[in-house]
Design a protein around this ligand. Structure first.
Ligand code: URA
Length: 247
C-alpha cells in the first residue's frame, strides 16, 4: 500500500502538493469511494482518477524506434532527447523512464526504455552477452580482399580501441554490399561501431540498430514505440512507481 499523494506523484499525475487538491475535488476514488486525503494508503489497483484506472502502476518496458537527432541522455544540455517523444505524464514518473544502453544522436533504430532498473542492469551487463545488430553505411567500399581480414580481426576478440585497455568482445561482421556492413556486438562501448570501423580505416556515415536480442522493429515508424509485457524478460517483478513494496 502506498500513500495516495506519493502514488499519484510517482506515476506523474501531479506533484505531491497538487494531489491534495485533486483528492479534495473528489477526482480520486479508492474502491469506489472518494479518497479521504493525501495520506490515505491504497493499493494502486484500487485507485481511480476521474473514473480511470491508474496509468501503468507496475512499470513500463517500451521498444522505441529511435529517430536520428535525439540523445538518450536525460541531461538537457546534451540536446533534445528520446524521452520527449513520450506522453508528458510518463516523462514525470519516478523512477524515471530511462534507456537500456544508449544510441548516439546520429544513430537510429531499436532502443528499449524502462523504469525497471534491474532490467537495465541485466540487459546492459556484458556478462549476459545480448547480441545487438547494427547496419553501418561506410564512406568508402571495403575491397573484397580486406573483408576477410577485417572479419577475422573483429571475430577474434583482440581489437583494442584507442584509449582502452581491454579488447572488444568477438563481433560478427557480415557485408551486405561493399559499403554496407552488418555488425553484431554483445557489448555497448561508447561509439563502439564507429570506433571499430575507424580502427580498420573506414568512416561510418550512417548507423542503424535493427535488432536487440530476439527483438526487431517490425513496422514501427521512427519516433514510435510499442509496449512489451513486464514479464517479457522473465525478470522477477520489481516494485515500480505504483507497485506495492514487498512486506
Ligand atoms: N556504436 C556506435 O558507434 N554508436 C551507437 O549509437 C551504437 C553503437
Amino acid at each position: 500500500m502506498r500513500r495516495l499523494d506519493q502514488l499519484l506523484a510517482n506515476l506523474g499525475y501531479c506533484s505531491r502538493s497538487e494531489a491534495r487538491d485533486w483528492i479534495d475535488s473528489g477526482a480520486v476514488t479508492v474502491r469506489g469511494e472518494p479518497a479521504d486525503g493525501p495520506s490515505q494508503k491504497a493499493h494502486a489497483t484500487d485507485v481511480r482518477v476521474e473514473g480511470e484506472p491508474l496509468d501503468h502502476p507496475d512499470g513500463l518496458i517500451l521498444l522505441l524506434h529511435k529517430p536520428l537527432g535525439l540523445v538518450c541522455s536525460h541531461e538537457l544540455r546534451e540536446g533534445p532527447n528520446v524521452y520527449s517523444l513520450l506522453p508528458p505524464r510518463w516523462q514525470r514518473r519516478n523512477p524515471v523512464i530511462t534507456s537500456i544502453g544508449r544510441l548516439d544522436k546520429d544513430t537510429s533504430g531499436l532502443i528499449l526504455l524502462t523504469d525497471q532498473s534491474a532490467l537495465v542492469h541485466r540487459l546492459t551487463s556484458p556478462k549476459h552477452k545480448v547480441p545487438k545488430i547494427y547496419r553501418a553505411t561506410l564512406a568508402a567500399a571495403i575491397p573484397p580482399a580486406r573483408v576477410a581480414e577485417i572479419t577475422t580481426l573483429f571475430a577474434a576478440g583482440t581489437l583494442v580501441l584507442p584509449e582502452e585497455k581491454t579488447p572488444c568482445a568477438p563481433a560478427g561482421l557480415n557485408m551486405i554490399s561493399p559499403r554496407e556492413a552488418e555488425l553484431t556486438l554483445t557489448e555497448g562501448r561508447y561509439h563502439q561501431v564507429r570506433r571499430m570501423f575507424a580502427c580498420v580505416g573506414y568512416e561510418v556515415v550512417a548507423l542503424h540498430r535493427s535488432r536487440f536480442g530476439d527483438l526487431d522493429l517490425g513496422d514501427l515508424k521512427p519516433g514510435t514505440w510499442r509496449e512489451l509485457p513486464l514479464d517479457f524478460f522473465n525478470l522477477p517483478a520489481v516494485p515500480s512507481a505504483g507497485a506495492t513494496p514487498p512486506a
